[in-house]
Design a protein around this ligand. Structure first.
Ligand SMILES: [Zn+2]
Length: 287
């Protein structure tokens, strides 16, 4: 059964580790992530962007697939199904469809409008026992075609949103989505400390987990980050393994064209990436 992310994130915050959010795109992604979480006894958050939801034909399909897998694969670790960077309308749709957690990304609105819309969703999620992630200060890079510049969130605005009673807060601290440029200056730990000082025990979320050096990840966890989002890294691992399979001509040997064989190396590569991240985040054995 899907669970809210609240309890797993509070445990992570108190235990000084982070829970990974791994975005899903299809059956192979979902299966690889769930099996790895179960094998490593780690809590996990499955992230679904609005684009990925649309790709999978809609949120109801996603809920049906994930619930089916939890049962058929006998998954016993805590799993949250979470909308990633949702619009207000998208969040409502996911709540209706059966997601256990949603993110409302109102970071592109003026702060008062972000506060008003987030407050509405706090009420709805509280009634239904769902967790809610809010965002302050847009996170750079590209997310479903929307390009941000990697802002540093204003700590006072973070406090305003945190005080509404959200479950977790994503605040820009110089992190960006996708691959990091060569000249990226690194995470702004000064900003993270200022945000933490004003938001208290609120679990913080680090987006754009792909390519942040390990020591920076560990320091961010020490400073209050309890959830880290990983998306691009699984995509890169899947693509590289699939490319290798084709370039080695394996699709042309025997029944190598069978989609279950063709997609297997990519699925294994996702498992390896998820395992590496869970070990780095410290969530192994915490389920
Ligand atoms: Zn993000």
């Amino acid at each position: 059964m899907l669970v809210s992310a609240k309890e797993m994130l509070e445990k992570a915050r108190d235990g000084h580790y982070a829970v990974g959010q791994f975005n899903i795109n299809n059956l192979e992604w979902t299966k690889s992530i769930l099996l790895t979480a179960e094998e490593l006894r780690s809590p996990v958050i499955l992230g679904v962007s609005e684009g990925a939801g649309k790709y999978m034909t809609g949120y109801k399909t996603v809920v049906g697939m994930v619930n089916g897998m939890l049962e058929e694969l006998k998954i016993t670790v805590p799993v949250a199904l979470h909308l990633d960077h949702g619009s207000y309308e998208g969040a409502l749709k996911c709540i209706d469809a059966g997601f256990s957690s949603v993110m409302f990304d109102g970071s592109h609105y003026p702060i008062d409008e972000n506060v008003a819309k987030t407050a509405e969703l706090v009420k709805i999620c509280a009634q239904k026992g769902l967790s809610l992630e809010a965002e302050v200060g847009s996170i750079g890079g590209e997310e479903d075609g929307v390009v941000g510049m990697g802002e540093v969130a204003d700590p006072q605005e973070c406090k305003k949103i945190a005080d509404l009673g959200v479950t977790m807060l994503a605040a820009g601290i110089g992190n960006i989505h996708g691959k990091y440029p060569e000249n990226w200056p690194g995470l702004r730990f000064d900003a993270l400390e200022n945000i933490k000082a004003l938001t208290g025990s609120m679990p913080l979320v680090l987006h754009g987990g792909t390519g942040i050096p390990e020591d920076m990840i560990k320091k961010a966890i020490d400073l209050g980050v309890a959830k880290i989002n990983v998306n691009t890294e699984c995509q890169l691992a899947f693509a590289a393994a699939t490319r290798k399979y084709i370039e080695e001509g394996k699709d042309q040997q025997g029944k190598g064209f069978d989609p279950r064989k063709l997609l297997a190396p990519g699925a294994e590569a996702i498992k390896a990436t998820v395992k590496e991240k869970m070990e780095l985040f410290g969530s192994v054995g915490k389920a």
